[in-house]
Design a protein around this ligand. Structure first.
Ligand SMILES: [Cu+2]
Length: 360
């Protein structure tokens, strides 16, 4: 190495510790956190994130509930005629008769970040959704015998968002930034599926709210992130609020989210993270008159609530695709430690996040 290069390296090390830091794995937060970092003027970043979320079993107001007890819950649509494709209208069962067993949600998120200045980083994202649910149907009355299982699914481009991160303060050991953005739900909100009815017949109905790819609403995203380094460790905080500002007939409720994460380095190229995630969401506003079925998910009140997740993750840097910046890969697994969801809902289980990020 030439003398000039050595001097340059030394100057960089002494005067720009944050610049050197930028190449380390620990510089980005856990992959499940959005908008955790900003970029330097003129820098681009593209990202691809995948998430797989599982739900199993059911809870009523936060407590476990058996299938037998779900069949004893009143069906809010019992007074309405049941919509059947090829038969005359008939009365709905008095009690819930279809029980969700398992749900899998897969998300693909494509993102881009660009910093027109050191003060502002723009962030755009498109999210694709794929949902699958397995349900058990029981007789609507009498012995309530099990009739069979069926599966419904939907997949679509779900939402797009555009946000700006405002760099409020960037010091030696602490940085603050505001997040301000808009998120538009763009997918289908009237997807239909073939179901097994409590009369033991196949019918095509509008899928319940949770199985729709979108609610067509426009949301305002506001948030604040603080990341501080304590010795060789990182402590991050983020508060995020998503509020519906324009809606169609119905929409998923407003969201309040708080993330607290702790990171340490194995070395410059790899880091680990622990995260606590708290999310509180309101139940669904409004309703779709064609969503009527003797199943919990057809009731707008059985949505939202509080969930606390604990996550463990790793960030790693490789040099595979070349270029001025290295390739970042990240993995995080989160599991609920407490969930107090509104009404009768499926219970969240493990979510896996995988991400790839590349600065240009
Ligand atoms: Cu970025």
């Amino acid at each position: 190495m030439g003398g000039f290069l050595k001097k340059l390296l030394l100057i960089t090390l002494v005067f720009l510790p944050l610049n050197i830091y930028a190449a380390n794995a620990i510089h980005h937060g856990p992959i499940g956190v959005m908008g955790d970092h900003f970029h330097k003027k003129g820098e681009w970043m593209v990202s691809l994130r995948l998430a797989n979320m599982e739900m199993k079993k059911n809870i009523l107001n936060g407590n476990s509930i058996s299938a037998d007890n779900i069949l004893k819950q009143p069906n809010p649509f019992s007074k309405m005629p049941m919509m059947m494709k090829n038969s005359e209208s008939m009365k709905m069962p008095m009690n819930l008769s279809v029980i969700p067993k398992k749900m899998t949600m897969r998300m693909i998120m494509l993102g881009a970040m660009y910093a027109p200045s050191d003060k502002i980083t723009l962030m755009g994202m498109a999210m694709f959704n794929d949902k699958e649910m397995t349900l058990d149907t029981h007789q609507g009355m009498m012995a309530r015998n099990y009739l069979g299982s069926f599966e419904t699914s939907s997949s679509d481009l779900s939402k797009i968002s555009l946000s700006a991160l405002f760099n409020l303060h960037k010091g030696e050991s602490s940085r603050w930034h505001f997040i301000f953005g808009l998120e538009k739900s763009v997918g289908d909100n009237f997807e239909k599926g073939l179901v097994l009815s409590p009369m033991n017949m196949k019918a095509t109905i509008t899928l319940p709210y949770g199985m729709q790819s979108s609610d067509k609403a426009l949301r305002l995203i506001t948030g604040v992130t603080n990341v501080r380094s304590i010795g060789n460790y990182i402590l991050g905080n983020q508060l995020l609020v998503k509020k519906v500002i324009n809606e169609k007939d119905w929409n998923y409720g407003d969201e309040f989210e708080y993330n607290l994460w702790f990171q340490g380095s194995f070395n410059e190229k790899s880091s680990y993270s622990f995260r606590i995630n708290y999310k509180d969401q309101d139940s669904i506003d409004g309703s779709d008159m064609t969503i009527m079925a003797p199943v919990q998910t057809a009731n707008p009140l059985n949505y939202g609530g509080e969930v606390i997740n604990f996550g463990i993750g790793v960030n790693a840097i490789f040099d595979i695709f070349g270029g001025r910046h290295k390739d970042r890969f990240a993995f995080e697994i989160t599991k609920p430690i407490d969930q107090n969801k509104n009404g009768l809902q499926m219970k969240d289980d493990i979510t896996i996040h995988i991400g790839f990020q590349k600065s240009l």
